[in-house]
Structure formats: structure tokens, C-alpha cells
Design a binder for this molecule. Sequence first.
Ligand code: ADP
Length: 162
Amino acid sequence: MAVAIYPGSFDPITFGHIDIARRAQKLFDRLVIAVVANPHKNSFFTLDERVHLTRQALLDEGILGIDVTSYDGLLVECARTHGADAIVRGLRANSDFEYEFQMALANRDLAPEFESVFFMTAGKFSFLASSMVKEVASYGGSVASFVPACVERALRDKLTRH
Ligand code: ADP
């Protein structure tokens, strides 16, 4: 049984992330999305909110069978805990490559038993990033074509409370 872990901040999950998850789900028997706590990065949504929104977004999109978990610390430890064989990441334009290459080599050094696997995003999502979604939403723009409705609602609620 081939198990893959798809780590990230998911702050918040977008249609770009979902596209990668769908592609990965086709190739692996089990896919686990792992939301990183990342205390060094100022996230807009709390860890609990990011996990909850990720689960809800997958449900809204009719995607079943993907587990969503969270982790703090080294990704390779989380991958071991879940019995993963591979680490899944998504690639947009070549601006992602350098960072992803560096992370993949570091992870290989730490844990040679895992392969990093990269999926190309659909062209229409190649510009899509969580940071852009947050920026558009903060100026009152519609993000309906970037994120599922539950995420759009959560962005609006949080922004009005700020
Ligand atoms: P991180 O902080 O770990 O980069 P992100 O949530 O920003 O977390 O991204 C997680 C993974 O999803 C990364 O591999 C990133 O390249 C990928 N990703 C994010 N947005 C998209 C998108 N629009 N299309 C394809 N992959 C994406």
C-alpha cells in the first residue's frame, strides 16, 4: 500500500491545493494532508481553523478518503508516524522550484526512505496562492473562484472580526 503525505500551511486551502490533492489521490492508496503548526510563520488562521477548513473544503468538493492531520516540528517525523512512502508537493511557475528543490534535498538527507513527488498544477491555478487570496479578501474582493465557499465565508467572518 503506497501512502503519501501532503504537507503545507494551508492558510487557507485553495482550489490549487485541492487540484494537487486530487492528482495525488489517483496515484496513492492513501493520502494524508498534514497542516503544519509553523510557529515562526504568522498565519492568518489558527492551526485548528486551518485543519477544520481543509476538512470542510474537501467535503464541499466531494472528495472523500483523504485524512487531514496537523504536525509540529520535522515533516519527516510526521511522515514516519503515518507510515508514508512519499512526500507530495505542488509546483506552480518556476518560482516554486528553487524552494521545493532545497526542501526535498534537506528531507532526503534527513530521511532517505521518503521520495518527494511533485505534481504540476492546472494552468488556471498557476498564479493562485493563499497569500493572494487573503490579500484580495482583505480589500473586499470576491475570492469565489479561488477557494471553496466555506473558506470564503471563514475569510469574511475573520476579516470582519479583525
Ligand atoms: P508551505 O508554507 O509549506 O509552502 P502552502 O500551503 O503555501 O504551504 O503550500 C503547500 C504546497 O502546495 C506547496 O507545495 C505549494 O507549492 C503547493 N501549492 C500551493 N498553491 C498551489 C497552487 N495554486 N497550485 C499548485 N500547488 C500549490
